[in-house]
Design a protein around this ligand. Structure first.
Ligand code: 13P
Ligand code: SF4
Length: 353
């Protein structure tokens, strides 16, 4: 770890971000589920649409995306896939910022989402007006925002980053002597600051799912499973990140299960990711990292209730009714695209190097 002295948590009052209750839905009888999937497949063909699902969505939704020639991916890859695919309509099973990013990068396409209420606590805890005013008060800092933000917040930023590229990008800015205003995830910001030594003013938002992983209970679980590698998404608290064998984006964690020799893995991220991990490494044992406690903001589980809103029924409904369209003002999308494109260009230079 490098310099820890130049990170400050911004003193702002965060709006509440309360996830919906976790609904325990009766599972559909197999015949009904198959019929529903057929309806969706037919509608995708008729509407010239492709389905892109995030790793945290329901396994049936992920499987359907793959069966129909769509993709299951992280948020950035979903948007990239949409740009490459010839379909006129992109159906984004994920949360709102993912639909918005897809629209920003594919402004001429129609972008649909199964449930427009599916949001993200990081996005909710970083309202554009409050954030923009804060940026105005710190004009000497480069504004770097995580992808889990609204189009308005992205438009106010100099750079957008995903968890996969945050470290090299902040390192690059720090090497140039830039001071950084980081938002909105405090844990990812702190992790990046510790490894780069960058001078960072950090917005104090958090993910209500990852914030619940518990360092003490993780230590106990590790003692019980000494052969397990610990995989942690950097939206988790510092005490959890400190115990990780691998810290990384959803894509990096999936890759680790596939490539590391360990027979067991303790995974500190949304358990929707297990669907893909099981497929790529069927022989490995996967354990959820312990979460929750007396102060749980979420209902003590490793699953994002907003991601859970993407059901097969809603997918069929938006495709058949044409509702659920994501709209982003063209001028705003143009401004939000600039820092996203900077990130993509920076990522391309890393691949070359
Ligand atoms: P990715 O950018 O890896 O898709 O993660 C998004 C997210 O919401 C993590 O909680
Ligand atoms: Fe947002 Fe957390 Fe849900 Fe990811 S898991 S979409 S960061 S609330």
């Amino acid at each position: 770890m490098k310099n820890e002295a130049v990170s400050v948590l911004a003193d702002v009052e965060l709006p509440l971000a309360v996830p919906p209750p976790h609904l325990v839905r009766p599972s559909l009888p197999e015949r009904e589920k198959a019929a529903l999937k057929e309806r969706i497949k037919k509608a995708l063909r008729e509407k010239d649409a492709v389905l892109m699902a995030h790793y945290y969505t329901d396994g049936d939704v992920q499987d359907l995306a793959e069966e129909t020639g769509g993709c299951v991916a992280d948020s950035l890859e979903m948007a990239r896939f949409g740009a490459r695919h010839p379909a006129r309509t992109l159906v984004v099973a994920g949360v709102r910022f993912m639909g918005e990013t897809s629209k920003i990068l594919n402004i001429e396409k129609r972008v649909l989402m199964p449930d427009m209420q599916a949001t993200c606590s990081l996005d909710e805890m970083c309202p554009a007006l409050l954030f923009s005013g804060f940026c105005d008060r710190h004009p000497d800092r480069r504004v770097v925002v995580y992808a889990n933000t609204s189009a308005e917040v992205k438009a106010r930023a100099d750079w957008v980053v995903t968890s996969g590229i945050a470290l090299p990008l902040v390192q690059h800015l720090a090497d140039q002597g830039e001071k950084i205003l980081w938002g909105p995830d405090r844990h990812l910001g702190t992790y990046v600051q510790h490894l780069t030594g960058a001078d960072m003013l950090i917005w104090p938002g958090f993910c209500v799912v990852h914030n619940e992983f518990r360092a003490g209970a993780l230590e106990t679980l590790r003692r019980l499973h000494p052969q397990a590698a610990v995989l942690v998404h950097p939206e988790s608290p510092q005490g959890v990140v400190a115990q990780a064998d691998v810290v990384g984006s959803t894509t990096a964690l999936i890759e680790a299960v596939h490539t590391l020799p360990n027979p067991e893995f303790i995974v500190a991220t949304d358990n929707g990711i297990f669907n893909k991990m099981r497929k790529l490494a069927p022989g490995k044992i996967l354990l959820e990292a312990p979460s929750g406690g007396d102060t749980a903001d979420c209902e003590s589980c490793a699953h994002c209730a907003w991601m859970g809103m993407n059901t097969l029924e809603k997918l069929a409904a938006v495709l058949e009714s044409g509702g659920g369209e994501i709209l982003v003002d063209k001028e705003l999308a143009g401004r939000a695209r600039v820092p996203i494109q900077r990130m993509l260009d920076f990522a391309a230079t890393l691949k070359k190097g």
